[in-house]
Design a protein around this ligand. Sequence first.
Ligand SMILES: O=P(O)(O)OC[C@H]1O[C@@H](O)[C@H](O)[C@@H](O)[C@@H]1O
Length: 228
Amino acid sequence: MSLSSRPLAAIFDLDGTLVDNMRFHVQAWVALSHSLGLEAPAERFEREFNGRRNEEILPALLGRPVPPEELARLAEQKESHYRALFAPHLAPLRGTRELLVRLRDAGLQLAVASAGPRANRAFVLDGLELRSFFSHVAGAEDVTRGKPAPDLFLAAARALGVEPAACVVFEDAVHGIHAARAAGMLAVGVTTLTPAEVLLEAGAHWVTSDFASLPADFDALLFGYQIR
Ligand SMILES: O=P(O)(O)OC[C@H]1O[C@@H](O)[C@H](O)[C@@H](O)[C@@H]1O
């Protein structure tokens, strides 16, 4: 990882990055917790669980191992509720399509690496017609360890055939920034939910509130031009 060499690939987190949807995930988690008679503050889903897989969140939430059938049922209860909540608001983060077009035209390889399940990825990527930009989509079922382990980003880089050191990750969660750095990649924090200073403290090299305008030095590095 070097702050001076131009990345060859860009890997995008999905929830909270390609779409500004984390409040709907949190709302669905809080509703599921209530239906189970559990006390779980929204804050816990925003900080501790953001970027993790359901296979990791549910045992932590219930405080016990969760057998596969129960896990699948509870995850589907939460995820179908989340999709119903977010459906009327489904839209890409500002500037997403334009950035993807620029990256594609500049010859970068593009992938998604999301801890979310397949149905959620399809909901966003197909619902917004973004899928064709990406050569690979890595998801929860491709790894046994979610973020902050580097596995999802490493799986995406491997599928693209690009060295981790030549990849840049866009990610909104602290766990995701840790995962990107653990993978040896450049990391851009997206401040849809978590404040810039928290993402920088976690190891983000740059931060941005959306994709309409990137930090000038990062834009120059990404697209290979000098700032005058
Ligand atoms: O890795 P991504 O795309 O941010 O997905 C993570 C999210 O995936 C969702 O499925 C979980 O319910 C969320 O709680 C989690 O934060």
